[in-house]
Unconditional design. Sequence first.
Length: 115
Amino acid sequence: VQLQAFGGGFVQPGGSLRLSCAASGSRFRIFAMSWYRQAPGNQRELVARINITGSTRYADSVKGRFTISRDNAKNTALLQMNNLKPEDTAVYYCYVVNRLGDEYWGQGTQVTVSS
């Protein structure tokens, strides 16, 4: 399974970015698609997850600001990030799990929020 992540960049506080992750090559249905992030000196943490039924889960720090969605037919997940804060600065990673429980990580994409 290959994961391609796009959409990172530099934005001022209060701005928006949208990350996308496309999974290809999976023989089995992708059950859950997630975004994690890791800031320097911190552990990698879950930002948002969406499973195949559309059920979502968010880190408390991003609730009300970030929205995750997915296109099951295309195995694509989007993370819309609004009202970004400097503490959102991190490398963001796409992570998927197929119905067998196999796990895959994408390459990270840098998000920097600064004035």
